[in-house]
Design a protein around this ligand. Structure first.
Ligand SMILES: [Zn+2]
Length: 280
């Protein structure tokens, strides 16, 4: 009788070619990185929970929309010709219909662009302050890479929170505001039946390992002094240390692919073991 998460599958929903200064405040603007766009699938009681949804392919692929929404210094790179989320799910062997809920770290276009797949279908967990910001003061949010077209949909079943909240058994959203007004990160506890332990997914509270190790402010913040993005990083480090969980940066070009493979190996092995045991 477990109550934790039984499987984690990491998705790469594209990449961003960007100045490192977007991720680390004050980094040389000439240095560029190719950062993965993260999605996290969690097998919980009641089905799969998806954390973050990647780009809205229409805004990248249509040349006119691309000029408006992706004309800046951050170059969006999609994994294939279609919708990144559909393609990544097909590769993972999981159906869109098997996703029973979505948790959103924040409304930036590289995280909220796939919400259209879930409108009218499943609950979407977000912080109230994030949604309030995204839906007000147009065009200020758009100038901050938050695109109303991604989430201003009356069919979305919003489940808003004010502060920390458990959104599924074994999954707690923790408020890490700064990068955006209502950014949240996620503490994931694995079920004992799959070995226990867990992970803290920072998302954009800490893009890179060096944001965590050296407590460096992230390059983008809304409504606060950039230095204030360090406190959420410290908070996540404490949460992770207290539980003995690994803290996972949101866009790290080395950590993300490595952890993707590590988790694939871990859970594929467990699935094979579970099949074998049930044969006996
Ligand atoms: Zn962001």
């Amino acid at each position: 009788m477990g109550t934790g998460v039984r499987e984690i599958v990491l998705l790469t929903l594209g990449w961003e070619d960007l100045p490192k200064s977007v991720s680390v405040l004050g980094a040389p603007s000439t240095e560029r990185l190719r950062e993965p766009v993260p999605g996290v699938l969690l097998h919980c009681d009641g089905g799969w929970l998806l954390l973050d949804t990647g780009f809205n392919a229409a805004l990248v692929n249509d040349p006119v929309l691309r000029r408006r929404f992706h004309g800046g210094p951050v170059k969006a790179i999609l994994p294939g010709p279609g919708e990144p989320l559909e393609e990544a799910l097909a590769e993972a062997g999981i159906d869109m219909d098997q996703i029973h809920a979505v948790g959103l770290s924040h409304l930036h276009n590289d995280h909220a662009g796939g919400l259209k797949h879930f409108a009218g279908r499943v609950p979407v967990h977000v912080q109230q302050t994030e949604l309030d910001y995204g839906l007000s003061g147009h065009p200020e949010p758009e100038r901050n890479a938050i695109y109303r077209i991604d989430f201003d949909d009356p069919r979305i079943d919003w489940r808003t929170a004010t502060g920390d909240v458990e959104i599924a058994p074994g999954v707690t959203a923790v408020l890490t505001a700064g990068h955006t007004p209502g950014h949240q990160s996620f503490v994931v506890t694995l079920d004992e039946s799959v070995g226990g332990g867990g992970f803290v997914f920072a998302f954009d509270a800490a893009d890179l390992t060096e944001n965590i190790e050296h407590e460096l402010p992230v390059g983008g913040s809304i409504g606060v002094d950039p230095a204030e993005t360090v406190e959420p990083i410290r908070r996540l480090k404490r949460l992770a240390a207290d539980r003995g969980y690994r803290l996972v940066p949101g866009h790290d070009p080395v950590v993300w692919p490595a952890l993707t493979s590590e988790l694939a190996d871990r859970f594929t092995g467990l699935r094979a073991h579970a099949r074998k045991s049930s044969d006996v």
